[in-house]
Every structure is written in C-alpha cells, then in structure tokens.
Design a protein around this ligand. Structure first.
Ligand code: ZN
Ligand code: ZN
Length: 257
C-alpha cells in the first residue's frame, strides 16, 4: 500500500500531531501518494458550527498549509488536499462551492450525520431505526451518484442493530451504486484500530457479491496512524475472505474542474 487519501489535522479538534509529522511518517513507510481530507467546514442554518470540523475561517489556511508542505516534500511524496464531507442534499451545492473556494482538490464521502442539523445523532450510535437506516443509504447513494466524491469513507459507519435482512436490503443499494458509478468503498483502518462497528463483515460480504470497487484508508487522526501497518494486515484478510474487488490507489476525482 503506497497511498493514503484519508488523513486529518488538528484543525478538526479531535486529531493530534502536525501534518508535517504525518508526512514524515508516511514517507518513512513508503507512501507515495498522500491526501489530507480533514472534516469539511460547514456553518449550519443557525450560524453554528460542529466542533469536530475545520472551522470555516480556517478553511483557506488549512489548504495553504498543506500546499506549502506539498512543495517542501515534492521529491519524496505526492500530496493532495481535500475534505471529508457529508452529502446533505439541500446543502451540498454550498459545501462544494466553499470547498472549491478554499482550494481543495477532492472530496471523500463520510456520512457521519444524515442531515445538516447540529442536534443530529452520529450515525455510529446504535440504532434500530429503519427510517434512519434508509435515510442514511439514500443520502450516501445520492452522494455517490453526484460524481463529486473520490470514494466513500467507512460506508458501513451506520450502526444499525435491528433486523439483519432489512440491513442487507438497504446497504446492498450502496454496493450497487458504488459499482455502477465506479466510486470505491473504503475499508476504514480507524474502525479496525479502534474495534468499532465497522468494518462490518455482513456489509463486506455484500460488497464482494456485488463486485464493488474497494480501496483502503488509514483515517489518520494521529502520527502513528499516518502509516498503519497492523490494520493493513487485517484489511487484506477482509479482502481475501470476501473476494473483494480491491483496486488499490483510487483515482482522484478533481472538484475544481
Ligand atoms: Zn475525524
Ligand atoms: Zn469519517
């Protein structure tokens, strides 16, 4: 694995270590293509911002900091700068526009919340709510179909603990959309490291059945995770077990086109 397009920075308030430290660790471990995709700035209708995102006023600084590092390390590594973004149907145009204005090059789709409401529940909280599951799948599929996302980060972040058949019926739609639109699904290494509800074997079995394209992401929120070799072993086991269509490095979808 010589790529990773899923790195954060301390600007999102829940990551540690400087981008430069992440870059050094990545280079030392043979990463050739590296992307920063910190949580996209977003101001809610009430004027408030989630505290887990890059603050709106730091959007430009974030991009220029990464661009300066790209220049500094250009002989050792190819660095890209983007954002991890939710897809909110009614806000996406404005999110995309601000990302482009900040100078970002790509987006990965991380649907942590299903709507732009700051009071919303995080999708990784256990729930049996079928409506919430359906809403999650609808928005992820729409995001995939928008054509703006390089890949889907942790597509199985939703922690649905209700009827398994309902889960499979809904989540299979993500696998099909991914295949039809050629938008890869990420096996998320943070989920592996932290023993989270994802990667969910029930989901990845379907990904294998549907032959959807699959890629890897370290989802680095600290220096160590800027190269996560132990999760890589486990991710390869998942690929093996479900005969996944692993494509390796994803093709970047440029948003400033
Ligand atoms: Zn994060
Ligand atoms: Zn995420």
């Amino acid at each position: 694995m010589n790529y990773n397009y899923h790195s954060h920075t301390p600007r999102c308030h829940h990551a540690s270590g400087t981008p430069e430290e992440y870059i050094k660790r990545a280079i030392e471990n043979g990463i050739k293509y590296m992307g920063f995709a910190d949580h996209i700035p977003f101001v809610c209708d009430d004027g408030k911002e989630f505290d887990y995102r890059v603050p709106f006023f730091e959007g430009k600084e974030y991009v220029s900091e990464i661009c300066a590092l790209r220049e500094k390390y250009k002989n050792d590594i190819e660095i890209s700068v983007g954002f991890e973004s939710e897809y909110y149907p009614s806000y996406f145009d404005r999110m995309l526009k601000s990302a482009i204005d900040f100078g970002a090059e790509y987006l990965i789709l991380g649907q942590h919340y299903s709507n732009g409401d700051i009071k919303g529940r995080h999708n990784s909280i256990k729930s049996e709510d079928e409506q919430k599951l359906k809403e999650y799948v609808d928005t992820v599929c729409e995001g995939i179909e928008s054509g703006y996302f390089t890949y889907v980060a942790h597509p199985d972040v939703i922690n649905f603990v209700g009827d398994k058949e309902v889960y499979k019926k809904e989540m299979r739609r993500i696998c099909i959309a991914s295949r039809e639109c050629s938008v890869p699904l990420e096996i998320n290494f943070l989920g592996i490291r932290d023993n989270r509800n994802y990667p969910d074997p029930v989901f990845w079995q379907m990904v294998g059945e549907e032959n959807s394209p699959v890629t890897f992401g370290f989802d680095a929120h600290d220096i160590d995770a800027a190269y996560d070799g132990s999760s890589l072993i486990k991710a390869k086991e998942i690929v093996e077990k479900f005969s996944l269509n692993y494509i390796g490095k994803p093709e970047l979808v440029l948003i400033n086109r």
